[in-house]
Design a protein around this ligand. Sequence first.
Ligand code: ADP
Ligand code: ASP
Ligand code: MG
Length: 451
Amino acid sequence: MIVCKFGGTSVADAAAIGRVIDIIETKRSQQPVVVVSALGGATNMLLDIANKAASGELLIALQLVEQLRDRHVREAAILLPGSAEADELTADIAATFDDLAHLAEAFKTLGYLTPRSLDAVAAIGELLSSKIVAAAFRQRGYPATFVDARDVMRTNDFFTKAEPDVDGIRQASQERLVPLLQQGRIPVMGGFVGATASRLTTTLGRGGSDYSASLIGAAVDATAIEIWTDVDGMLTADPRVIPAAQLIERISFDEAAELAAFGAKVLHPATIAPAVQRGIPVYVFNSRNPRAKGTMIAFDAPRLPVRAIAGKRATTMVKLRSSRMLLAPGFLRRVFEVFESHRTSVDVVTTSEVSVSVTLDDATNLAAILQDLAAFGDVSVLPRAGLLAIVGAGISDSGHAMAKAVAALGDIPVHMASLSATGINFTLVIDDEHVVPAMQRLHATFFETAV
Ligand code: ADP
Ligand code: ASP
Ligand code: MG
């Protein structure tokens, strides 16, 4: 069994969905489970509809509902010309968008949104795309079955960032997916979407379809998890920032996890963990270029000082200075409890005798955090910070790579630096506006000049 996940651009329209079917055709003997994202851009639009409605712009919200309805109906009609199933699917799509229009009206009346209502809206994208893709498979003669992700992807009720119930997902997958595979069928389900034990709709957070794929892969003991996207694999940097980025043919789980956590959007940061636990290799392939080699992510890979670089913009750095930190056992624990109590995770940490600096990805609760931290000492904030991650299993084998990295930055000021304990990620905190030029300089140094 394998899991093949297709991202938004890989199912953006009828032509892209046609390519998905061609790819799965070549995988039939491996018993694929197909996991799909929403049609490219649909999730953004759904959330936009909810936000516009709640802020009083109901007319615009309803126009967007119509645009999204038309897009789904149009692509379904191209995929299922004149079939009986087309009518059923079109009616289903229409009913879903009628419901969404009613929800938008309710949001307008309420004037606010809850995380739970946002998830109900965001999930529409994957629920529809998976129905459309399953029907398109059947139209082409393949025995595909739509599986409602909410019947499989059990989660807790942390709406908009729900955490998986791994045992529940395993049990549901064994009950719902494995029998279909054994009957020679192709299960097609949406990524990103889940449900609580009482069947309230949840989502795993933006970009979460990759995570769905690896959770399902672990749950069915897959032999491979394939992430099909719009680039040839994992590259030495984001090709949108560095057009000269090069394909990485093989990378370790640890390196890939660090890159994902520090901004390589090609993989959701949580994707690697379920795969590592069961030792399942993860592949990244291009659905527009299926013959290309792609990237294999596994336990071992050639040990290089620098495998790739990643950058993350719009993070927040918080610095706490306190003389009470000197020789005070438990001080750091109390500081970190502040972040925990505000459900905010910390990315990078450095400490000195009298200060601790951290970066936060999510600054939603910043004001409350700062207020609590003020009890410990002087707090300052760099609101527009950026992260650079220079990742390679051999980065700390000698001092050369780190020295080269710092030299490459030249006059770009560095606010924090940290080498992870595993010694594979050298992270630097700089100003947000320096992230792109810094990545260009680092990439040129490590990958574009002959050594
Ligand atoms: P999907 O919709 O298939 O999930 P995403 O947009 O989430 O696709 O992720 C693919 C994108 O990730 C690429 O188009 C690329 O711009 C970006 N990306 C960032 N860092 C990397 C990297 N190191 N290697 C490859 N792609 C990367
Ligand atoms: N459709 C969701 C998003 O845009 C999940 C995903 O594509 O992975 O965030
Ligand atoms: Mg993605």
